[in-house]
Design a protein around this ligand. Structure first.
Ligand code: A2P
Length: 341
């Protein structure tokens, strides 16, 4: 992915879109590698394989538990001379336990240390959920439970307003620790509220997006507000089978419409679904732990879907959200915690 030819902000469908130009002036590579559920033991090798395959955008988070290993891989790539730091786009996310103003900076400092970098290109609030603080030296990453050893462990909420967290995020930009700030898993109401007081506007919104959850109104709102959107789980159910959070019948990749389009273009179903993602103007962060699929998932810029094909894929929408705290927090953490309703 060298020499991005056309940089469009939530662009029209053009084959050469390789970066999204942010309102801040930053250039977000349209395809990134997500690290959620990437096993620590293979993470450094995945990073170097990905760099060799052309990935420059790495989507990390404290909660993924593998930032130190991503850092090892990035250092290897940098020291080999394959890339320079300026060529990379590194995103990380503030975990739910660090929303209080005094915890935001220590949280990013820990992430920077683990990733072995002086700055992040993008730091996102991971969820609009604030959990009670767990000291860094007690447990890191703290994950969801306040006390996993309790007889009946649960989540413990901490009532921190988002504006307190956002002010601290803005401070990170001013102090040069991060270049851009943004949020994940916000809807239009939370975004509108945030925009009412933000001195530094959110550059990026990261949400679940795929053909079974197309979120057209949210994308339109973000386009109007010049907030770029990154799709997580861009392959839909794929990430959720092993977690028992999706049924095989919900596979986007096995859908006849997708399979037919893939056959016409002599591409895989995954490539068609990912191409649909970048062609509608979003960045995508598919995860893969497999070298062949890593290559497959970035080879998206030498074919184009027709308008009818784009429409046919959009029509697969079922408003199906696989990653919903309103479901998984009750199933896995004994706590009813809806955020989208
Ligand atoms: P694997 O790591 O074995 O490749 P997400 O949607 O959250 O990014 O997760 C991607 C999921 O889809 C992972 O389970 C990953 O498994 C799988 N996957 C990634 N790329 C492809 C692909 N090209 N074809 C099929 N499955 C894929």
């Amino acid at each position: 992915m060298e020499d991005p030819a056309t940089d469009t902000y939530l662009g029209d469908s053009t084959i050469s879109v390789q970066h999204l130009e942010l309102a801040s002036g930053g250039k977000l590579p349209a395809v990134g590698l997500g690290f959620w559920k990437v096993d620590k033991s293979i993470t450094p090798d995945i990073v170097t394989t990905a760099v060799d395959a052309g990935y420059r955008h790495f989507d990390c988070a404290c909660d993924y538990g593998n930032e130190a290993e991503v850092g090892v891989g990035l250092q290897r790539a940098l020291q080999s001379g394959a890339v320079a730091r300026d060529d990379l786009w590194i995103t990380s996310k503030l975990w739910n336990t660090y929303h209080r103003a005094e915890h935001v900076r220590p949280a990013v400092e820990r992430t920077l240390r683990d990733l072995q970098t002086d700055y992040l290109d993008l730091y996102l609030i991971h969820f609009p959920i604030s959990l009670r603080f767990v000291p860094f030296d007690e447990r890191y990453p703290p994950e969801w439970f306040f006390d996993p050893q309790a007889a009946s462990p649960r989540l413990e909420l901490d009532p921190v307003p988002i504006h307190e967290t956002w002010r601290a995020m803005e401070g990170l930009v001013r102090d040069g620790l991060v270049k851009n700030v943004g949020v994940c898993n916000f809807g239009t109401s939370l975004l509108r509220d945030l925009l009412s007081y933000a001195d530094i506007r959110p550059a990026v919104l990261q949400v679940e997006l795929h053909p079974h959850l197309t979120q057209e109104k949210l994308l339109r709102f973000c386009s109007e507000e010049k907030i770029a959107v990154t799709a997580f789980s861009p392959l839909g159910a794929q990430s959720y089978f092993s977690l028992n959070m999706a049924k095989q019948s919900e596979s986007v990749l096995a859908h006849e419409v997708v399979k037919d389009i893939a056959q016409k273009h002599a591409r895989t179903s995954a490539q068609v679904v990912l191409r649909w993602g970048v062609q509608r103007g979003t960045a995508i962060v598919p995860k893969s732990s497999n070298a062949e699929r890593l290559h497959e998932n970035i080879a998206l810029f030498d074919f184009e879907l027709s308008g009818d094909e784009m429409t046919a894929i959009c029509a697969l929408n079922r408003n199906r959200r696989f990653n919903d705290p309103g479901d998984f927090c009750e199933a896995a953490f004994n706590t009813f915690l809806p955020i989208y309703e």
